[in-house]
Design a protein around this ligand. Structure first.
Ligand code: ADP
Ligand code: MG
Ligand code: MG
Length: 361
């Protein structure tokens, strides 16, 4: 009787656990992807859930019918030749359309799941060491440089593409802390058969997109150079890249020797808080030419710090044409990664004592 009772109780427990598990996760089938409705992210256009595809963990980005254009665009960018072979571009798996219970269409993009989520989330809970910090930023820059490049390989053609929404929320972090560029919903082909060629009523659509906080001064000021749209939109991406470097290196432990690393902040968060308006950004960035402040700890002009600050400034220059290209920024990041902070700062101290300022090459 006891044995029977034990078996019965075990059975009840197992069934309850199974049902509870299913109810908690609300398993639903999306094509061959089973989505456990665990929300992992929410952006302006899509809601992202964790799912399973052939026992592999994936992310599913769901777009409502109102955001169909964003979905179509993102899918078309992910489908460009050669794009998926790059290590610093988010890995796309498939795209699909389906009907909701009440008959409305919705759209989904299935992609690799990045366990650390977006860069800003990662940095808000972790500090990073110098080499990791360089590797993260180098990866993002390498991804952007690749995106910006027009390529012909055999019969495959990849147009140059502008991302147009470079932010720390649109960079995803792998388990090994390498980074990929993601969220191509606003991206635009710059070369090839359907490059951007603005006509008057398109001007707004071409220039004023993206996340307000990361908008370049020429976008905020309505002065984007549409005569050379290809260069102009790449320069807008590089401006945002500079802000991204600032956010990331501010969380680098080695750059704050003997003191606490400052809390994570988004660019301009200290000045304008969590929801800056277009007008506030316009005044601060376009009119007053304000840029994020470097921490006190970076005052020392060691080779590393000088090189780092210069790289940021050369990315977010007010004069769009004076900015680095993504390719140049990638080289700068390579050079930075080779400098060991400790020895560089030490060398500088020694040189200062001999009253001979260190010159940047
Ligand atoms: P939107 O176009 O609406 O901004 P995103 O593609 O940027 O949507 O995704 C919104 C958020 O979801 C991201 O900032 C990130 O935190 C999270 N996210 C997106 N894709 C993934 C993924 N593949 N793995 C993990 N988290 C993701
Ligand atoms: Mg996004
Ligand atoms: Mg988007």
């Amino acid at each position: 009787l006891i044995a029977l009772l034990t078996v019965a109780i075990a059975a009840v427990v197992i069934i309850a656990l199974f049902l509870g598990h299913r109810m908690m996760r609300g398993l639903a089938d999306v094509g061959s992807v089973s989505v456990c409705w665990q929300l992992i992210g929410r952006g302006r256009y899509g809601t992202v859930f964790r799912g399973c595809l052939h026992e592999r963990c994936v992310a599913v980005k769901l777009f409502s019918s109102a955001n169909r254009q964003n979905y179509v665009n993102e899918r078309s960018i992910y489908s460009l030749p050669l794009l998926q072979q790059h290590d610093n571009i988010a890995h796309f798996l498939s795209a699909d359309e389906r009907k909701t219970a009440d008959g409305r269409p919705e759209f989904l993009i299935v992609m690799d799941f990045y366990p650390h989520g977006c860069l800003s989330r990662y940095l808000s809970v972790h500090t990073v060491d110098w080499s990791t910090c360089c590797r993260m930023n180098h990866g993002v820059t390498r991804g952007l440089a690749f995106l910006h490049t027009e390529l012909n390989r055999g019969d495959q053609y990849k147009p140059a593409v502008a991302h147009r929404d470079v932010t720390s929320r649109n960079i995803l972090v792998r388990a090994d802390l390498s980074c990929v560029l993601a969220d191509f919903g606003l991206s635009m082909r710059l070369t090839g058969s359907r490059p951007c060629c603005p006509v008057d009523n398109d001007t707004m659509a071409i220039s004023e997109v993206g996340t307000v906080r990361y908008m370049a001064p020429e976008v905020l000021g309505g002065a984007l150079n549409l005569r050379d749209c290809e260069a102009a939109l790449k320069q807008v991406d590089v401006y945002a890249l500079g802000l991204l470097y600032w956010e990331t290196f501010r969380r680098c432990s080695e750059l704050f020797p003997g003191e606490a690393v400052p809390e994570y902040q988004l660019a301009f968060q200290a000045e304008l808080g969590n929801h800056p308006s277009f007008e506030e950004m316009q005044i601060l960035v376009a009119r007053e030419k304000f840029r994020p402040r470097f921490p006190e700890a970076w005052k020392e002009n060691s080779l590393v710090l000088r090189s780092l600050k210069e790289t940021m400034e050369d990315c977010w220059d007010q004069d769009a044409e004076a900015r680095l290209t993504a390719q140049c920024a990638e080289e700068r990041l390579c050079e930075l990664a080779l400098l060991s902070t400790h020895t560089a700062i030490q060398n500088h101290r020694n040189l200062c004592h001999a009253s001979s300022p260190l010159q940047m090459g």
